[in-house]
Design a protein around this ligand. Structure first.
Ligand SMILES: Nc1ncnc2c1ncn2[C@@H]1O[C@H](COP(=O)(O)OP(=O)(O)OP(=O)(O)O)[C@@H](O)[C@H]1O
Length: 274
């Protein structure tokens, strides 16, 4: 495995939010964390990137223990974090925003490497090339998200962690951002994708973990999780009605109509059959 979190407990001001979390990501995998608002996904991502120190447990990256290293050391080792909320600099150009993505390197040689990496990214992702000198203030939410991801790529990470990249985007932009995520994998990056949009995330992931109240309650292949009734009911917006056959649904609907006194002609203006 490229990264392994072993029995991680983490939280704020001495109170744990995550308890005993075990997750792993293999080389070249897209792994998603799904869970409701406040479940603890960002807390886990922050613990892996080093913004938060775990209270207990270990994190191993490429066989080395990293949970006591600084965030900058983890970036140097190959872990990038694209935080929730995009946080691009509106008054700066695309190129300036990208330069900030390799801030752990300050020497002249590093500046040359940074320019080279920027050229490489522009070759790989035409949307950067086309807008490289544009100030990002007027970019749409989706364009800003793509730029935030590109900034994370400046350090050429082996693992890139994306926290809620689809938040607040239109369905079309969500698709574009997720297409970009699959391209990242094709270019050799491993990905941890934290998402409330469980259906979209599981559709492109290899494996997933469901986080509820700071614990992993389900995990497995993304395709199996997508098929799971439990997931469907809790996270995919598919209600209990899907549990019933057509005959059962008809029977329930009929007794429901009787209960609410709606068994009249006017309640069925189009003459629908029951
Ligand atoms: N800086 C903080 N200080 C104290 N508590 C926090 C802090 N950040 C998050 N929490 C709490 O930790 C819990 C988990 O939050 P977290 O942001 O990790 O959830 P999440 O699954 O990422 O949800 P969201 O999608 O809303 O970010 C919540 O109860 C939240 O209020």
């Amino acid at each position: 495995m490229l990264i392994e979190c072993r029995s991680i407990t983490a939280g704020y001001n001495g109170s744990p939010v995550l308890e005993n979390i075990d997750i792993s990501i293999g080389e070249g995998e897209i792994v998603t964390l799904v869970g409701a608002n406040g479940a603890g996904k960002s807390t886990l991502v922050n613990t892996i990137s080093g913004l938060l120190r775990p209270m207990a447990g270990e994190i191993h990256f490429d066989g080395k223990r990293i949970d006591q290293l600084s965030p900058a050391d983890r970036v140097r080792m190959g872990i990038a974090h694209v935080p929730e909320g995009r946080q691009v600099f509106a008054g700066m150009t695309v190129a300036e925003n990208l330069s900030l993505g390799a801030h752990t390197q300050t020497s002249r040689a590093a500046a040359d490497l940074r320019s080279e990496r920027m050229r490489e990214l522009c070759d790989q992702y035409p949307f950067l090339h086309e807008r490289i000198n544009d100030v990002v203030g007027n970019f749409s939410g989706g364009q800003q998200q793509m730029l935030a991801i590109a900034r994370g790529l400046m350090s050429n990470p082996r693992l890139i962690m994306l926290d809620e990249p689809s938040l607040g985007l239109s369905p079309l932009m969500v698709q574009e951002v997720l297409n970009l995520v699959t391209q990242l994998r094709e270019r050799g990056h491993s990905i941890l994708l934290s998402e409330q949009n469980a259906r979209a995330a599981l559709a492109i992931a290899d494996r997933g973990y469901v986080i509820e109240n700071g614990r992993v309650t389900l995990s497995g292949k993304a395709a199996d999780l997508l098929d799971s009734r439990e997931i469907a009911e809790r996270y995919l917006g598919v209600g209990a009605a899907t549990r019933f056959s057509r005959e059962e649904s008809m029977r329930i609907a009929k007794s429901l109509r009787a209960c609410i006194g709606a068994e009249t002609k006017s309640s069925n203006p189009r003459g629908l059959q029951s």
